[in-house]
Design a protein around this ligand. Structure first.
Ligand code: DAH
Length: 347
C-alpha cells in the first residue's frame, strides 16, 4: 500500500501542476478525493485489511490525504494567480518613459487671476475666499445696499427659497435670505468682521447675475475684489495701486484714469479706464475696466471700526473683461465652452 500511495502522490504532483482552468481542476480533484476518486477508493479498502494492519495503513492514508490536499491547494493558487494576471493584462514596466503624455494648460481666466494676485502680492496683498452661496446681509445690506435700493436692480441674482439653510454662514440667523453672490464685495464684510486692520486683501472668485448670455454677458463670471483698510489711506494710495497693477500687466506705458461713479459702499466712487496705446491689440481708446472707491464710513461702522481712526479703499475687477482685453477674445462664451483648441492658445 505504501508504494501505491507514493506513486499516487508523485503522479498527483505532476498532473496537478499542469492544470490550467477551474473546471479541469474540479474534475481532477474529484478523480482523487471525490466519492469515486482513487484515494477515496484506497480508503475504502482499509476495512478488508487484517485488523492489526489497519492502524498503520490508516495513518499512511491520512498522511497521503494531507499531501494530496497541499498539492491541490497549490494548483488552485496557481490557477487563481493566472486568472488575476489575465484580468490585469500585460505587465507594466514602470521604468519606461510615458508615451506622449498630454501636458495640461491653465485656463486663461486662471492665468489672469493668478497674475493679478501675483502682482498685487508684491504690494503685500494676501488672498481671502468667501462662499458663492451668500446671504443678503454680506452681499448687499452691510454694503449699504438695502432691499429697496435701486442698485439692486443691476445686480439681480438667484435667491434660494425662504426656508433654505446653508449651515453657519449667516449672521442674522433664521431671518436671513440666501442668494448666489453677485460680486466678491461680500468678502470685504466677512474679512473686516473676522480680522483687525491693517487689512490688505484680494478675493478672487465666481459671481452670479440674472443675465442673458451674449458676447459680453454671462450669468456667471469671475471677479477679484481688493480691500485695504489702515490708518491714513487716501485716494492717492488707490490710484497708485491700480497704476502699478495695470503697468505690471500691460507694460510701463499704461495709464489709468478715474471717472466719478456711484457704488453704495464707497465714497467717493470711481470707474476706472485704462489706456495702453503702446499695445496695438488694445488700440488708442480709453477702456472701461473696473470700479473702485474709498470705503464708505458707514461700512466701517457696520463692522465696528471707527471711521475717524481707519480709512480704506476697495476695488472690484472682472477677470473675463481683463482676459478679453489682454488676449483679444471677442466673445465671453469662449471661456466656458471647454474647447481645448481655445484653451491651448494661452500661456
Ligand atoms: N462690486 C462691484 C461690481 O460688481 C465692483 C466694485 C466697485 C467693487 C467698487 C468695489 C468697489 O470694491 O469699491 O460691479
Amino acid at each position: 500500500m505504501q508504494a501505491q500511495l507514493q506513486e499516487l502522490i508523485a503522479r498527483a504532483r505532476a498532473e496537478a501542476a499542469a492544470l490550467k482552468t477551474r473546471p479541469a481542476f474540479e474534475a481532477y480533484k474529484a478523480s482523487l478525493v471525490g466519492p469515486n476518486g482513487s484515494l477515496t477508493g484506497m480508503m475504502k479498502t482499509l476495512g478488508q485489511l487484517p485488523k492489526e494492519e489497519r492502524p498503520a495503513a490508516g495513518k499512511m492514508i491520512n498522511e497521503a490525504k494531507v499531501a494530496v490536499q497541499a498539492i491541490l491547494d497549490e494548483a488552485l493558487r496557481a490557477i487563481e494567480a493566472s486568472e488575476l494576471a489575465a484580468r490585469l493584462g500585460p505587465a507594466i514596466d514602470p521604468t519606461l518613459p510615458t508615451p506622449d503624455f498630454p501636458v495640461g494648460r491653465r485656463h486663461p481666466l486662471t492665468l489672469v487671476r493668478d497674475e493679478i494676485c501675483r502682482i498685487l502680492g508684491t504690494l503685500g496683498f494676501t488672498v481671502r475666499e468667501g462662499p458663492e452661496v451668500e446671504t443678503e446681509y454680506y452681499c448687499f445690506d452691510a454694503l449699504c445696499t438695502p432691499s429697496d435700493h435701486p442698485a439692486r436692480d443691476a445686480q439681480d441674482t438667484y435667491y434660494f427659497p425662504e426656508k433654505t439653510r446653508f449651515g453657519n454662514i449667516s449672521k442674522k440667523g433664521d431671518s436671513e435670505k440666501y442668494l448666489l453672490r453677485t460680486h466678491t464685495s461680500s468678502v470685504q464684510i466677512r474679512t473686516l468682521l473676522a480680522e483687525k486692520p491693517p487689512v490688505r486683501i484680494l478675493s478672487p472668485g465666481r459671481v452670479f447675475r440674472r443675465d442673458n448670455a451674449d458676447a459680453t454677458h454671462s450669468a456667471n463670471f469671475h471677479q477679484i475684489e481688493g480691500l485695504v483698510v489702515d490708518r491714513g489711506i487716501t485716494v492717492c494710495d488707490l490710484k497708485a495701486t491700480l497704476d502699478y497693477l495695470f503697468q505690471s500687466l500691460l507694460g510701463p506705458g499704461t495709464k489709468t484714469r478715474f471717472r466719478p461713479h456711484y457704488f453704495g459702499y464707497t465714497e467717493p466712487s470711481f470707474e476706472v479706464d485704462f489706456a495702453a496705446t503702446h499695445l496695438s491689440k488694445v488700440g488708442k481708446e480709453w477702456i472701461e475696466i473696473m470700479g473702485c472707491g474709498m470705503v464708505d464710513p458707514l461700512v466701517l461702522e457696520e463692522v465696528g471700526l471707527d471711521p475717524k481712526e481707519w480709512s480704506g479703499f476697495a476695488f472690484g475687477l472682472g477677470v473675463e473683461r481683463i482676459a478679453m482685453t489682454l488676449y483679444g477674445v471677442d466673445d465671453i462664451r469662449h471661456f466656458y465652452a471647454n474647447d481645448v483648441r481655445f484653451v491651448r492658445q494661452f500661456s
